[in-house]
Write a new protein. Structure first.
Length: 94
């Protein structure tokens, strides 16, 4: 996983997806699989007025991911797992 250089709160993973371009749609088979895994698309947060292909946003529990296509790649942006923002668990030894 790599850190997004323009947004330190997000990391990303890129997957090779031959034959797609920036203005392509994410293949429906991928969307169907994401939904089967329990993710819900957040269409209200998506920028449909953008002339370029806007990322698709999915939510599961409190996690939000952004999916976008870039000339042969599917990019998934995920929240950074920064240990400083995770509260440690307190264990009661009594």
């Amino acid at each position: 996983m790599d850190r997004a250089s323009n947004n330190p709160e997000m990391d990303y993973v890129q997957y090779t997806l031959p034959g797609v371009g920036k203005n392509s749609d994410i293949p429906q088979e991928y969307i169907n699989e994401i939904i089967e895994w329990g993710w819900t698309e957040d269409t209200a947060a998506e920028d449909t007025n953008n002339t370029e292909s806007a990322p698709r946003i999915f939510i599961k529990d409190s996690t939000r991911v952004h999916l976008s296509l870039h000339n042969g790649y599917l990019t998934v942006l995920v929240p950074t797992l920064d240990p400083s923002i995770i509260k440690p668990k307190t264990v009661d030894s009594n």
